[in-house]
Design a protein around this ligand. Structure first.
Ligand SMILES: [Zn+2]
Length: 469
């Protein structure tokens, strides 16, 4: 069924009341539950394993990665008992063979994972992850103390705390909480989880990879406690020759799903100006470096990295030592727990809002040799309405309301109820000069915008059968 509708009609105006959606709490109330005290306690516990290096002992009950992962699994189970066993806790693991680089012998890589299944669309998942493993100067040193407090104990304790808070709510979509290992050896834990998610046939709405979120100052004294950096990819990692050719004809260099997820997260932060803000970094990761979002991006899943505003190179990947009066090492005393708590609050807000929002729709635009732009998309499960967004091609962010059309129509309320399975909308703006996207909303909970460009959909790029691209 395809319906056409004039833009002035079908306005959706009434947001659902708080009673109409799953979970009694709003994102302010949930963010307020983040406890700096619990973040500190968890940090002391995990640093207490001495080292969490991936090549450290897996059999010692008190020291090394084996004991650390066992504790994280037990902690997820304890949290799960307080939500009527709402968690499926599992070790998503695989033996990685020697790779001639940072895995010298076959090594079991275990990720500690808790799954909070969604009540309506359990295959639709949001993943919040960080890496639990740590290292010192030599990436193969699995014996010396490697506290890994900021990198990435900070992401790890945030995930445990977020799981405590959000497990008291119910969501239509699934949240996966993941403490990954093997990151410092080559992103192995993330690869294992990404493979598992793919095998399960899950639809990935978002991956929030948090790697170093616990301090705000660099070794040169430069500090910024008001922001986290959010790294998002430009061209898709899973692009194909065919997609590149279509993007050359229709645009879309700045409109891939990870980028729109980053824009959405920036909006979530900006809606709460007293909280942690987002500094957009529009590249996949830091210069010449990587993170656990990459194996997910490789598969075409929307993923981003959240990281400290300013890195302190003397307190990451360093042997614990003092040299020329400078103390090196990724230790707890270098952390800023207030900063970590605010970064955690931003994650809690984002996870709550993403878990309530529908999937962004896949949108196409037809604007060749015409004065308007025809946008089409299929309805997505759970949407009560949709919002069309626009921006000029040289503008970074979506406009909060649609601009006026070139033919005088007032289209400031470009909001459409879920009255059909297939939407086919004429927007009175020239597609040569504008970019468009659509956000799907469940009441007041709206998805990231999905851009109406080739490759803009929140899904892996379709590869034709037998295509080796
Ligand atoms: Zn890291």
């Amino acid at each position: 069924m395809i319906k056409r509708l004039a833009l002035s009609a079908a306005l959706f105006s009434t947001p659902l009341s708080a009673d109409d959606h799953a979970g009694p709490q709003n994102d302010d109330a949930l963010a307020a539950q983040v406890s700096e005290e619990r973040l500190r306690a968890d940090m002391d516990t995990i640093v207490g394993f001495g080292t969490r290096h991936t090549l450290s002992t897996q059999t010692d009950p008190k020291r090394g990665i084996g004991a650390a992962v066992n504790w994280a699994l037990d902690e997820f189970r304890r949290i799960g008992t307080r939500c009527n066993d709402c968690f499926e806790v599992r070790s998503v693991e695989r033996v990685i063979e020697a790779d001639g680089r940072r895995i010298p012998q076959p090594t079991l890589i275990r990720n500690a994972v808790a799954i909070q299944w969604g009540s309506e669309r359990p295959k639709e998942v949001i993943i919040v992850q960080g890496h639990y493993d740590s290292r010192v100067t030599d990436p193969l040193n699995g014996t010396d103390d490697a506290p890994g407090a900021n990198d990435d104990g900070s992401g790890s304790v945030m995930i445990l705390e977020a799981s405590r808070i959000l497990s008291q709510q119910q969501y239509p979509s699934t949240i996966i909480y993941a403490l990954l290992t093997g990151e410092e050896q080559g992103l192995y834990g993330a690869q294992i989880l990404a493979d598992w998610v793919e095998e399960q046939g899950m639809t990935v709405k978002a991956v929030l990879n948090n790697d170093m979120i616990g301090s705000a100052c660099g070794s040169d004294g430069f500090c910024d406690a008001e922001h986290v950096r959010v790294f998002s990819e430009g061209p898709r990692a899973d692009s194909t020759d065919r997609l590149r050719a279509r993007q050359r004809r229709f645009g879309g260099e700045n409109d891939m799903p990870g980028r729109n997820l980053a824009r959405w997260l920036g909006d979530v932060a900006a809606a709460n100006p007293a909280g942690m803000q987002v500094r957009q970094i529009w590249r996949t990761d830091r210069m010449g470096r990587g993170g656990d979002q990459i194996p997910f991006l490789d598969k075409g899943y929307p993923a981003l990295r959240i990281a400290v505003s300013v890195e302190d190179y003397e307190h990451q990947h360093q042997d614990l030592r003092t040299e020329n009066g400078i103390t090196y090492g990724d230790t707890v005393d270098e952390l800023d727990f207030d900063y970590l708590a605010r970064a955690s609050q931003l994650n809690v807000r984002a996870l709550h809002l993403l878990a309530l929002a529908p999937m962004p729709p896949a949108v196409t635009a037809d604007a060749a040799v015409r004065v308007d732009t025809q946008l089409t998309w299929k309805a997505v499960p759970g949407a009560t309405h949709y919002m069309i967004k626009a921006r000029r091609t040289d503008e970074p962010y979506w406009r909060p309301v649609m601009p006026h059309g070139t033919r005088g129509e007032d289209i400031q309320d470009a909001v459409y109820g879920a009255y059909t399975d297939e939407f086919d909308m004429s927007v009175p703006l020239r597609g040569d000069d504008w970019l468009f996207g659509v956000s799907a909303c469940n009441g007041t909970y709206c998805s990231p915008v999905s851009s109406a460009v080739p490759g803009g959909a929140f899904a892996p790029v379709a590869k034709p059968e037998g295509d080796s691209e």
